[in-house]
Design a protein around this ligand. Structure first.
Ligand SMILES: [Zn+2]
Length: 442
């Protein structure tokens, strides 16, 4: 019996049933149906008297969930005071677990810790810039003496970094412990069947890595117009692991795109730039200054600078350019935005990572035009100069770091040419050949 026939039979049986009912029963059935209809449209509260208890789920930044690991016990900090003879009796240890909306100043206030202390911590943190936004789930440990003086504070800022402040000889020193972890290479390959993005994702590459690949070959290869079905791609990616856990920090080391006529290649040099197999630059050179035009330097890089009041060493980690508010600030090289935000001492600031070796910082900005995680090219307008944070007047504070250590941005030996220098050619060739070996190409 077909489906339609079944319906017909059921319908006729139903009509027959209705017809066979006594009149009274029929009207009772109609009234009951109407009542049910009315009840179903009534607001639900009038029916359900029990309160509904539901847990409110607060939006948390994914970085806090993905990358956060538990902080080390503050006992480690006790070592800072020298031997075990340091008297810890009468001291208090507090552990805060950050909730949505918490700020350090609120937490300090609740515990009766001086606001001046927080001010000083933020000041010392300008060398690390990690005491900005707290993330829900983060843990902070503090050690206080019997007079509520802060002796130490420790915060695990992300997977690889733990920031501590310790009171030593009357002033605070900031220590950033960075775990280098272990970098392991992963190899990906695939064949183009449609869009490169879809095929690369299917091969296991992340959005960020795909962006890095297209950025690396951007000047030489058009993924939309030149890629054909049947072309192959091979990619070598370095990934960072800490205690066996992937930290989501990665970089694309090598890319090969092959069609039936040609191979397009990109190899990441130590300086964070991509070159083809012959060592021809695929991107632009670095630029010396993040500003257009020449400006007076109002304060130079000085690792031994003394604090005007305390007379303690408070290094000046960058170069200050005497520019007014609103001057355009450009990235001095290709890279990825590591931070773009606000810090009480540094004001609006941007940190750009140019590969594993170089990092640049731009402080006291009036405007930010980039966001965290964004990949940018050399010469990209990233913000405008300003006077935000603790600044004595409008200027641009610019820092250059090599493997996390600040160097003089005006003197650093920067790769200012698009090509590899003769001096570095041999090292590049060795790197390239190692990558090709891992990709089973030689
Ligand atoms: Zn400065």
């Amino acid at each position: 019996m077909s489906f339609l026939n079944r319906i017909k039979v059921l319908l006729s049986a139903f009509i027959h049933f209705i017809n066979s009912l006594p009149r009274k029963h029929f009207f009772a059935l109609i009234i009951l149906f109407v009542c049910l209809l009315i009840v179903s449209f009534l607001p639900s509260q009038s029916i359900e008297t029990k309160p509904i208890t539901r847990q409110l789920v607060l939006p948390t930044q994914s970085t806090a969930i993905d990358n956060y690991t538990k902080a080390e016990p503050i006992e480690v900090e006790r070592g800072q005071y020298g031997d075990s003879s340091f008297d810890f009796s009468g001291k208090r240890e507090i552990k805060w677990t950050i909730k949505e909306g918490d700020t350090l100043s609120n937490l300090f206030q609740e515990e009766g810790i001086s606001a001046a202390v927080l001010h000083e911590l933020q000041e010392v943190d300008t060398s690390h810039l990690r005491l900005g936004n707290l993330l829900p789930g983060q843990e902070i440990k503090v050690l206080l003496d019997s007079d509520n003086l802060l002796l130490a504070l420790k915060i695990k800022v992300d997977f690889a970094n733990t920031l501590s402040f310790v009171l030593k000889d009357g002033s605070y020193i900031a220590l950033l412990q960075t775990e280098k972890g272990e970098w392991r290479n992963s190899y990906y390959q695939g064949t183009v069947t449609g869009s490169f993005y879809v095929n690369a994702k299917a091969a296991g590459l992340s959005d960020g890595q795909i962006q890095q690949i297209s950025g690396a070959l951007q000047e030489k290869f058009d993924f939309n117009r030149q890629l054909r079905v049947g072309d192959t791609f091979q990619v070598l990616v370095a990934k960072q692991y800490i205690d066996g856990q992937y930290t989501y920090d990665s970089e694309v080391l090598a890319v090969l795109i092959k069609n039936n006529r040609q191979t397009y290649s990109a190899f990441l040099n130590e300086d964070g730039r991509y070159f083809d197999a012959d060592g021809k630059g695929l991107g632009k050179a670095y630029r010396r200054s993040p500003l257009d035009g020449r400006y007076r330097i109002s304060s130079s890089f000085n690792p031994k600078r003394l604090h005007p009041i305390t007379k303690r060493v408070r290094p000046h980690n960058g170069t200050d350019f005497a520019v007014g508010v609103g001057h355009k600030v450009y990235s001095i090289g290709d890279g990825v935005v590591q931070f773009a935000g606000y810090h009480p001492a540094a004001g609006n600031y941007i940190v750009i990572k140019h590969g594993r070796k170089y990092t640049t910082r731009y402080l006291h900005l009036s405007k930010l035009y980039v966001r965290k995680g964004q990949r940018i090219k050399m010469g990209k307008l990233i913000g405008k100069s300003g006077n935000t944070g603790r600044s004595t007047g409008p200027h641009l504070h610019y820092e250059f770091h090599i493997y996390g250590k600040p160097v003089n941005p005006m003197k650093v030996n920067l790769p200012l040419s698009a090509e590899i220098s003769q001096k570095n050619k041999k090292a590049f060739n060795t790197r390239r050949d190692n990558f090709l070996k891992e990709m089973n190409e030689i």
